[in-house]
Design a protein around this ligand. Structure first.
Ligand SMILES: CC(C)(COP(=O)(O)OP(=O)(O)OC[C@H]1O[C@@H](n2cnc3c(N)ncnc32)[C@H](O)[C@@H]1OP(=O)(O)O)[C@@H](O)C(=O)NCCC(=O)NCCS
Length: 155
């Protein structure tokens, strides 16, 4: 590797993302940039009723840039009464590096911290299902998975 290649390589090394739980008002601010360039996944998972029911989120940030998010609805969608992890989203250029796994783990941990027992997830992605299946057993058993196919893997 040439010196130039080495330097480029060092510069391109990314720091580990910062993962944190944030309240609704902070969550709304943090996801605002995503809505400036919305794709179908953002429109479906992080808008309208699907965001209105959420009171917390888990965000992953690289430096100051939001790269992933999971959202938590304590009473579920449309006030179903069942605590739900509603949205799970990682921006395309940061996928496949474990960010989705980290934010989902933190979201499930957070639900458990809040005393939620039977945490619903409507899963529309094989990649999301892979993440769930690889979670530690103590987290996995808390999730009530509703498998809705893999439509989201197209976005
Ligand atoms: C589902 C999603 C959150 C996963 O995020 P992620 O950061 O890529 O997740 P991880 O890196 O932890 O990987 C999860 C699995 O997806 C695979 N994967 C997903 N996208 C990938 C990509 N672009 N490149 C490589 N692998 C990818 C990984 O290989 C991994 O499977 P493995 O553990 O068997 O290798 C992300 O793909 C996404 O936002 N998709 C669109 C919205 C969506 O489908 N949300 C879920 C709705 S239920």
């Amino acid at each position: 590797m040439s010196e130039i290649e080495k330097a480029t390589n060092i510069e391109s090394k990314e720091s580990a993302p910062r993962i944190e739980v944030v309240p609704r008002d902070v969550l709304i601010e943090k996801i605002r940039p995503l809505h400036e360039k919305p794709d179908i996944a953002i429109g479906l998972l992080l808008s309208g009723d699907r965001i209105a029911c959420c009171d917390e989120g888990v965000v992953a940030e690289q430096e100051t840039k939001l790269i992933g998010v999971a959202t938590i609805a304590p009473k579920g969608e449309e006030m179903s009464g069942q605590p739900t992890i509603v949205g799970l989203y990682v921006i395309p250029e940061h996928r496949g590096k474990g960010v989705g796994t980290q934010i989902l783990k933190r979201a499930v941990d957070r639900c458990i911290e809040r005393g939620f027992e039977n945490i619903r997830m409507d899963v529309m992605s094989l990649n999301a299902m892979k993440i769930i299946n690889k979670l530690p057993e103590d987290l996995k058993k808390k999730i009530d998975v509703h498998d809705l196919g893999n439509i989201m893997d197209n976005f």
